[in-house]
Design a protein around this ligand. Sequence first.
Ligand code: MG
Length: 291
Amino acid sequence: MRLVTFSDAAGVRIGAMDEAGALRDITAVAPSLPRDMLGLIAAGPAALATARDALGKAPVVHGAKILAPIPRPPKNVFCVGKNYHEHAKEFAGSGFDGGAKDVVPPFPVVFSKPHTAIIATGEPILSQLDPTGGLDYEGELAIVIGTGGRGISKSAALSHVVGYTIINDVTARHLQKRHSQWVLGKGLDSFCPMGPAILTADEAPDPTKLRLITHVNGEKRQDALVADLIFDVPTLIEAISAAITLEPGDVIATGTPVGVGIGFTPPKFLKKGDVVRIEISGIGILENPVA
Ligand code: MG
C-alpha cells in the first residue's frame, strides 16, 4: 500500500494510491481511521489493515494536492552521511567534506534536518537561501518508523519499520564545508523534499532490493540499489535507537549513492529552473523544481 497525505477543499487527510496510481479517499469509507499520517502509524497494524480494506472501495480523489507524507515528524529528520561506498569516495575526492578523517566511516555518520525544511513533491527548492551558489541534490531512501523504542536490536529492527519514502537531502555545499558540519548546510527551509508516498513495509520486505534513480533535467545522475549501503537499514536503526527513543513516524534518510553534483568535474550545481526527479521502485516519483 502506498499511503499519502493530501489536501483538497474538504481539508488535509490521508489517502492511498491504488494499483493504477489513482488517489483514493480511504477515510471516506473508513471514518474510524485517523485522518493524519502520524495518527495512522501510531494506531498500529490493525489501523493499517483497515486502511488496506478501505482502499478497494474508497472513492477516487480528483484535483488534490499531494503533501509530504509526514509534514511534521516527531523529531528532526535523521539523516546518514557517506553511506554508499562510491559516494563516500566521490565526496572525499570533491574537497567539500570539511570534517572528514576517513573515506569510509567506521560508524554511521548521523545528523538531522529540522521539520521546517520539509516540502512536498512539486514544491520549489528555494535556491536564494543558499547565496554561496553550491546547491546540490542527494536522492535517498528514507525509513519510516512504525513501532517506537530504544535499544532496538538489528534482528528486531525491520519489525519497527512501517514503510519507506523518498527524501532529497538538498545540500548547500559551501555552507556544509565552511561550518565543518552538516546541519547548517542541509537544514535550510525547503531542503528536505519528501514523498510522494510511504510504501508500507509489507510490500518491501527486503529493502535492499529497492532501486533509486535520480534525474536532473532529464539527465540520469544516480542509479543504485539500496543493497550497496555501507550501513544497512537494521544497522542504522540499532545505532540511532541505542540511546535515543524512536517514535512512530520518525524518519531516517539512509544516505545517497554516487552521482551527486560535486562528484563531477567541474561540479554540476543546481540552478534556478532545474528540476530534480528521484524515483524509487514501488514508492513513486519525488520531483521538485529549483526556484
Ligand atoms: Mg545525504
